[in-house]
Design a protein around this ligand. Structure first.
Ligand code: FHN
Length: 479
């Protein structure tokens, strides 16, 4: 960054709040100054929501994962198959999702118990899923002369679901994105990142002022043309557009790969973004993070991919993530006709049935009081990175609310008892969330033993609710 630009940057109208680089920092480098209380107020709906729908939808869905005899593509098809941009633009001419119905998308999310939706406004192919005034490489250039983001944001608002937008910083189609692809045969001139950043700000202003997203979910930040400084500047710019806006940490450069957390580096953004993984021990209270995951093995639509996660896996992931203080953003990849694949809809409906009964244990919940996920490190087995493999010891998780502990039991004990060592808070009542059935509790200094019925109320995860005397559970540290 040149000296004059650096001086301009430092004189920017916001005090560059030097943030602690620790994970618990609430005020990040470059944020408009806000007190911790103001920050908590801004994050409140997101922290309470816990469960959202990710939607990866674009012209790549026309290919349905297939190209040149191969069938393992999706939203990366232009890059992975090195399709010339001029040929890729043909997909836009074929994109006409006449079966798209925003009400159906929102109903699918709501029936699953999801409280927010994050849809791709622009993925790495640069194609805008809204009628942008700044480019023809958007929905205007398709037979589908509608505005899916307008339709979806309106339906979300009617249904009380937060509408949020994904936006890729990297843009394989743009002439100005710094790392130009050889197969971008529609690009002209030399890449200019200042011009590209202005274009991005213009598009983002369209998105924020038209659709009022609750979150801007950035991605595609990892290539060298994007810098921490540009991330700070963009974060600042957006927070001036909408002070309520929440922005993930991929607006900056420090997400530490798929772990998604800013591990002690420069950081910007309001929460961490682990991808396709659940952090083993979580990060303790006070750290905002969200795991995003596919339902099968692709983000965008692939008609050959039938590797669907089971409702059991999804519900256990949800409990595991919530017990560590995180949110779960689960993806659907609609077809080029505008339909969410039926296997996705079916699984989400089963998850929704569980959430209908047990959602109280998840929504607005805090992390387990029993410390990081109990488990042991194998003396023999190694994980992918060659470190001793972590073997979770528990078949249950816990979440909390003031004066309550929720126990999500995956494997119902055969001996009719559930014991927790170390719980020191006085348990005044215990019951099954599913049917209110009161449970007998024996409590000693060593911990608590709960007498259970022979049959679990739910085959996937049954929730026991404990009312405790303390607002925050007191637990003896297990040796
Ligand atoms: O490259 C993208 C990918 O296509 C997808 O959008 C995921 C979802 O978080 N993010 C990037 C990979 O980390």
């Amino acid at each position: 960054m040149t000296n004059s630009a650096l001086k301009k940057f430092m004189k920017s109208k916001f005090i560059v709040a030097l943030a602690a680089v620790s994970l618990t920092a609430k005020v990040f480098a470059g944020a408009p100054v806000e007190t911790p209380r103001q920050h908590d107020a801004r994050m409140e709906w997101w922290r309470e929501a816990k469960f959202g729908m990710f939607i990866h939808w674009g012209v790549y869905s026309v290919a349905a994962g297939e190209w040149d005899g191969k069938t393992n593509y999706a939203e990366w098809i232009m890059e992975s198959a090195q399709i010339p941009a001029s040929r890729y633009e043909q997909f836009a001419k074929e994109f006409d999702p006449v079966k798209f119905d925003a009400k159906t998308f929102v109903k699918t999310a709501k029936d699953a118990g999801m409280k927010y939706v994050v849809i791709t406004s622009k993925h790495h192919d640069g194609f805008g899923m809204w009628p942008s005034a700044l480019t023809d490489w958007c929905i205007k250039s398709t037979p589908f002369q509608r505005d899916p983001l307008r339709e979806l944001s309106d339906e979300c608002r009617k249904a009380g679901i937060k509408f949020c937008l994904y936006y890729s910083i990297m843009d394989w189609h743009s002439s100005d994105w710094g790392t130009r692809r050889a197969w971008n045969d529609v690009a002209t001139g030399t890449p200019d990142m200042d011009r590209y950043t202005d274009y991005m700000k213009g598009q983002l202003k369209e998105l924020v002022t038209r659709y009022h997203p609750g979150v801007l979910w950035f991605d595609g930040e990892w290539e060298s043309p994007w810098t921490h400084e540009r991330g700070v500047d963009l974060y600042n710019y957006l927070r001036t557009l909408d002070p309520k806006l929440i922005i993930n940490n991929r607006v900056g450069k420090a997400r530490a790969g798929m772990e998604g957390m800013d591990m002690g580096k420069e950081r910007v953004g309001d929460y961490g973004t682990p991808e396709q993984q659940i952090p083993v021990g979580g990060f303790g209270p006070g750290v905002d993070w969200e795991t995003c995951m596919t339902l099968n093995n692709h983000w965008g639509y692939n008609k050959h991919d039938d590797h669907w996660k089971s409702p059991e896996t999804i519900i256990h992931n949800l409990c595991d993530i919530a017990s560590k203080g995180g949110n779960y953003l689960l993806n659907v990849g609609p077809t080029s006709e505008g339909l969410i694949p039926q296997p996705s809809v079916d699984r989400l409906a089963e998850v929704g049935a569980w959430m209908k009964v047990n959602g109280e244990a998840i929504y607005d919940s805090g992390p387990t009081p029993f410390g990081a996920e109990a488990g042991t490190f194998s003396a023999t087995e190694k994980d992918k990175s060659g470190k001793p493999k972590f073997i979770p010891a528990w078949d249950w998780r816990a979440t909390t609310k003031p004066g309550k502990i929720y126990l999500e039991i995956f494997k119902w004990p055969r001996d009719g008892k559930f014991e927790i060592a170390g719980l020191q808070s006085k348990v005044t009542k215990a019951w099954l969330l599913a049917n209110g059935k009161k449970l007998k509790v024996e409590q000693t200094a060593a911990g608590v033993s709960i007498v259970l019925p022979a049959e679990a109320p739910d085959k996937i995860a049954s929730v026991i609710c404990l009312k405790i005397k303390d607002q925050t559970a007191k637990v003896a540290v297990q040796k």
